[in-house]
Design a protein. Structure first.
Lengths: 149, 130
């Protein structure tokens, strides 16, 4: 019963390679389940995404991170589920912001070499998906598969 | 890019963690106010952060956190009597609302206690009705 439901994937800094790979994987997985998916980020990760998926086969909708925050705060749009990708303290600050401003069910997708410590430091309302993954997307993919069946 | 980067600002901390930035504001401000993430300051900056998000006032300057995904958290200061006044007004409204809600709860409690008292009947009355 996910038809028409809206999901937001929030990308953080793109310096850890697994992020783009897992974002494309999750966007495609949610789309196949009937979700209307939007991927938000700053210029750098959006460029990486569009280069990898030039025809928009996996990701149809992208949005600027600051713009989407503004839209949600001003109640012009909202989502049913929000996946905030993070591997740093700054990414966690963005995740906490989305958790506070949006009514969506919130997931913190935590990866990178400090994933466990970062995951433990998260104390805002969210479901944590944590895997120590930097180059190999496998551990994070299998954690996501357990949450999104 | 937010309007903040085009404003005249002072940089107090850069590329730090959000927690350290918050503690800096708490220790170095004359007044500290806490806002929810998404609170707007200036024209179009919606504050990013882990609650509680601290904003400080020091003289004519407002101190706040600015988060960039690839660079961490910065503590910035901008002179703005307008933003300071808005922040103080917001706090005043918040206190007024808390007091009003407290009074409302107090009167509801008083009312329900009165109802409870009114519904108490004597032990003997129970048997009278039988």
């Amino acid at each position: 019963m996910t038809e028409g439901k809206k999901a937001l994937l929030v990308m953080g800094c793109p310096e850890v390679p697994v992020q783009i790979s897992i974002v494309i994987y999750l966007a495609h997985k949610l789309k196949k389940e009937g979700w209307d998916v939007t991927v938000a980020g700053t210029n750098a990760p959006i460029k990486l995404l569009k280069t990898a998926d030039p025809e928009g086969y996996y990701v149809q909708k992208t949005a600027d991170l600051d713009w989407i925050i503004q839209e949600i705060v001003e109640k012009k749009m909202d989502f049913d589920a929000c996946f905030a990708f993070m591997h740093s303290d700054a990414g966690m600050a963005y995740g906490a912001t989305f958790s506070a401003i949006s009514k969506a069910v919130h997931y913190a997708v935590v990866f990178g070499k400090n994933a466990e410590a970062l995951g433990e430091s998260i104390d805002y309302p969210t479901e944590k998906i944590v895997a120590k993954a930097t180059h190999n997307p496998g551990p994070l993919k299998s954690k996501i598969d357990k949450v999104i069946i | 890019m937010s309007c903040i980067e085009q404003m005249k600002y002072k940089l107090y901390l850069e590329r730090t963690s959000f927690k350290e930035a918050r503690e800096f504001i708490e220790k170095n401000s004359e007044e500290v106010y806490y806002v929810e993430p998404g609170y707007r300051i200036f024209k179009d900056y919606y504050i990013i952060g882990v609650p509680p998000v601290a904003l400080g006032i020091r003289g004519d300057e407002i101190l706040f956190t600015y988060v960039k995904p690839c660079h961490g958290t910065f503590v910035m200061g901008v002179d703005s009597s307008e933003e300071i006044a808005r922040l103080r007004d917001r706090e005043e409204e918040k206190i007024k609302k808390t007091l009003k809600d407290g009074q409302k709860k107090g009167s509801e409690k008083g009312k329900s206690e009165a109802e409870t008292k009114a519904s108490i009947i004597s032990y003997g009355d129970v048997y009278k009705n039988k």
